[in-house]
Design a protein around this ligand. Structure first.
Ligand SMILES: [Zn+2]
Length: 263
């Protein structure tokens, strides 16, 4: 479906989003701990020579389990880009994180790692984790955040608030589908986190995000004002440049940095 942006909604979004900082943890972009940075395990996903299986561990607080339509879509998107002959599996565990108040990147890292069932690189299986906690990110316009090479959080209360103002479109379910693929897209290194794209599709004002509103990596996908910015259907797939970037990383056409594992 065609999407369009009215001047009015553009004005509103500029007002709302000025000062907005984005959903990748700046801190870990420059970190060098063994948890890596977002995109630090992209080659482990794109290549099957060591890791033949991918498990996505979904840890959710009571009442915050993602819809099966979202996780089914995520599995499909991962199967489209990652080479995993033994498959992509998603596991679900109800979890009490015990964090009071808002979430920082450090909170997501520490509570996330405390509850990981496996180290990210275990035998021939790659483990990534998505937590769905109660409570919001400390910047309450942020729907989700990728904090290291294997850990993502999605904030259900904020996803609920991101529903569109008119007739509830987009619905919270549609927002959740886009955000879950978007955040995992950051674990896949998009856009330009661990490589330099051969194509000019990174948004100049929103680093590590796409300038194409038909890409799930479009910068507005992470924001509660998404419903005012994108009219019509939300993107929930990688566009041709995102796919090309991943292909270029896999084939060695571009240099891939900050990797915790290389083929
Ligand atoms: Zn993002």
């Amino acid at each position: 479906m065609r999407r369009f942006q009215t001047q009015f909604s553009l004005l509103i979004s500029v007002l709302i989003l000025s000062g907005f900082s984005g959903c990748i943890s700046d801190e870990v972009i420059f970190g060098d701990n063994d948890r890596g940075i977002s995109g630090g395990l992209v080659m482990a996903c794109l290549d099957s020579s060591k890791y033949t299986e991918l498990v996505i561990e979904v840890d959710f607080e009571s009442g915050y389990q993602p819809k099966s339509s979202s996780t089914d879509l995520l599995k499909q998107r991962l199967e489209e880009v990652c080479d995993k002959p033994d498959g992509v599996t998603i596991t679900f565990t109800e979890t009490v994180f015990g964090n009071q108040g808002t979430w920082t990147d450090d909170d997501v890292r520490s509570y996330g790692w405390e509850h990981k069932e496996n180290q990210p690189q275990t035998s021939s299986t790659l483990h990534w984790q998505i937590i769905f906690p109660s409570g919001k990110y400390y910047q309450d316009s942020v729907l989700g955040v990728a904090v290291d090479a294997s850990t993502v959080a999605i904030f259900g209360d904020s996803v609920e608030e991101a529903k569109g103002p008119i007739f509830g479109r987009p619905s919270a379910e549609e927002v959740e589908k886009s955000v879950i693929v978007h955040e995992i897209g950051h674990l896949l290194g998009l856009v330009n986190i661990v490589y330099e794209s051969l194509y000019d599709h990174e948004d100049a004002d929103h680093p590590n995000h796409s300038n194409n509103e038909d890409s799930v990596m479009y910068w507005a996908i992470e924001s509660t004002s998404i419903g005012s910015i994108i009219s019509g259907e939300l993107p929930d797939e990688f566009d041709e440049w995102d796919l090309q970037d991943m292909n270029d990383m896999k084939t060695g056409k571009v240099e891939v940095n900050y990797q915790l594992w290389t083929p």
